[in-house]
Design a binder for this molecule. Structure first.
Ligand SMILES: *Cc1c(COP(=O)(O)O)cnc(C)c1O
Length: 331
């Protein structure tokens, strides 16, 4: 364990995240025991999986002596929101490269991050997607001297390391070994991190299942394979832990529940499910990620996908600040 203040805090928060059993007709009919790990409650501002993904990056930046953290995202980015909050909390400076021209009125997310002291640089969508971003990074290096760059969404190998805390907390709280750990997958970094730390008795039979929120399979599978090798170079060893060992990952990607694609407004069956889920469980979902996972889990239950009597742990990966970009059900 390093003596960094964030390591100790993240560990403490992670241990106090509640696990909540939920009941829905789909799960009851299929004889499933569904437990939600409420990582949306991890911290009011450094929420959900974005906190775990940041941890390894904060450690790496600290080790390298960097004080400025630079990253990328869109106007409703959960990652930038968590990054701005963590930076403010732990004395880093932060700067975000935002996709799209600066609008007259900033989104609630960007207003928050600016208030937290994050600097914003807007680049056109075309430049954002091209190598022009590289020349912007060169200019930023000239301007600031140096910084630690975090990939969009907090991804990359360092992004997987903090998921160890999440898996350890699950192992400590479940009575018996779950059959599946479910999570929404965007870049797949969280899925890779969970798979990486699915070790020990409590995970002997667990498949880590990622519900892709993206339309089209892209290179998500390849990214996850790259992040879940069977051995890791030493320089990727996570400093919050004792040692990192060899691991074998059991993970699966589920496609088909993207509900129209990334950040599309839910309609029809999905919208109905969203309303019904929130009113019967009292748990708010975000329409970009967690709604798709739960809808996918329930749809698979209807299809007889899970074995009767299975215990499924669903990670509520947070993202609720992003609800401000959508018309949401009242709960
Ligand atoms: C970013 C995000 C995800 C996806 O995480 P990846 O590591 O990119 O797969 C899932 N849920 C929420 C709420 C998120 O904000």
């Amino acid at each position: 364990m390093t003596d960094s203040p964030w390591c100790a805090d993240f560990l403490k928060w992670s241990k106090s995240v509640p696990m909540q059993s939920i009941e829905l007709p789909e799960f009851d009919r299929a004889g499933l025991n569904v437990i939600v790990r409420r990582d949306d409650l991890l911290h009011p501002a450094i929420s959900g999986n974005k906190a775990y993904k940041l941890l390894g990056h904060l450690e790496t930046a600290h080790r390298l002596g960097a004080r400025l953290l630079v990253s990328f995202g869109g106007a409703y980015s959960n990652h930038l929101h968590a990054l701005a909050a963590a930076s403010a909390c732990y004395g880093f400076s932060s700067l975000a490269i935002i996709r799209g021209e600066r609008p007259k009125q900033l989104s609630p997310t960007l207003r928050d991050v600016e208030a937290l002291g994050m600097q914003l640089r807007f680049v056109s969508r075309a430049d954002y997607a091209s190598s022009n971003v590289d020349s912007l990074l060169v200019r930023l290096r000239e301007e600031f001297g140096g910084f630690y760059l975090i990939p969009e969404g907090g991804g990359g190998a360092a992004g997987t390391l903090g998921l160890k805390l999440c898996m350890e907390a699950i192992a400590h709280t479940v009575d018996s070994a779950p059959d599946a750990i479910c999570v929404a997958a965007g870049t797949g970094t969280t899925l890779a991190g969970l798979a990486r730390y699915a070790q020990g008795d409590k995970f002997c039979k667990a498949a880590v299942m990622g519900f892709s929120v993206l339309k089209g399979e892209g290179n998500l599978g390849a990214t996850i394979r790259k992040l879940t090798p069977t051995s890791l170079p030493l320089n990727e060893t996570f400093h919050c832990s004792v040692t990192d060992q060899f691991y074998t990952a059991q993970w699966r990607l589920i496609h088909g529940f993207h509900a129209g694609g990334y950040a599309k407004t839910p309609k029809g069956e999905v919208l109905d499910f969203w309303r019904r889920f929130e009113s019967s469980t009292g748990i708010p979902l975000d329409p970009v990620y967690t709604l798709k996972m739960f809808w996918g889990m329930a749809s698979l239950a209807n299809q007889g996908y899970w074995q009767k009597g299975s215990t499924l742990v669903a990670i509520h990966s947070g993202g609720l600040q992003g609800r401000r970009g959508f018309a949401c059900p009242e709960i």
